[in-house]
Design a binder for this molecule. Sequence first.
Ligand SMILES: [Zn+2]
Ligand SMILES: [Zn+2]
Length: 355
Amino acid sequence: MAIPERMKAAVLFNYGDLRVTERPVPALEVGEVLVKVNTIAICGSDPAIIAKGWQNHPPLGEFIPGHEFTGTVVLLSPDVTELKLGDRVAVEPHKGCGRCANCLRGLYTTCLNYGKPEKGHRHYGFCSNGGYAQYAACHVNTLHKLPESISFEEGALLTTAGTVLYGYERIGWIKPGETVLVTGPGAIGLISAQLAKVLGAGLVILTGTREDRLAVGRQLGADVTLNTNEVNVRDEVMKLTGGIGADMVVECTGKAGPAAEALELVRKNGRVSYNGIYHEPVTLQLNKIVQWNLLITGPKAEGMWNLERAIPLMADGRLKMKPLITHTFPLDEINTAFDTFIGRQGGAIKVLIKP
Ligand SMILES: [Zn+2]
Ligand SMILES: [Zn+2]
């Protein structure tokens, strides 16, 4: 396969200034594979990265963001024998250093050498160059082979699905028949509701304010949706659970109010997973966590190879991504794509870019 010397890429020239330009196609280091990017999804974390950067990001004028992508293997470093030319792959953004105490335990999303490329750490689209480009150099550890039944477009959502699964792993998975309450019908919340059902939950309740998103949630498997503008969620949850609260609350709004209220919706001995990104401090009733024997966790990204767990679920149709994919733009229109995503124009949920 002929590899050009230059490629189109969206480069962050200054905070808030992302522009498509030409860049050299990246050279491969030991363990790396050149991926011809097919599809990349805008993540909820991308607007903040573009506005404010990220710790230890590549220099402005060189930094290529973007981290939820799929593509085709077009070149391999000679030591990489795990994949072959033409393989279709999904890229996992985190590549741990492989040598710190956390990486050695498989906890590579909390690598102790985070942001230190000289130690072998990469986080594509955050502190390493990512996928808003025609090509990306990715370590073999970060690549997951896509079966034919998963399209490049659906595969671009595997990182999000992996994050949701890691959240469930951290909180002790779901026991058959449990009641799971998911707050916030963004991509993480909608996939959390869907996977709760796949993992054996009994009743899945989804809360939110936008009726169109709640409708998608019902389509994906939520048994009950509650519009927080219209009903008292606590009253409704207590009615649905015989007055004891949900076995598990998965908080996906990222907002302080619902984050605190989660402790009012869970039962004694229940579990709360905080899956949102909280930009503000949140006040929680810590004594309730003690007195009610609550378990509280949160997942740091698609840890412990959970992206791989999502592949068979997506491949056989149990995990459906198509209802979440609302828009697709070419790379040249990346700023329109971001405006659409941020403004939720046309009911935007997941917005894809095709380099
Ligand atoms: Zn993401
Ligand atoms: Zn590490």
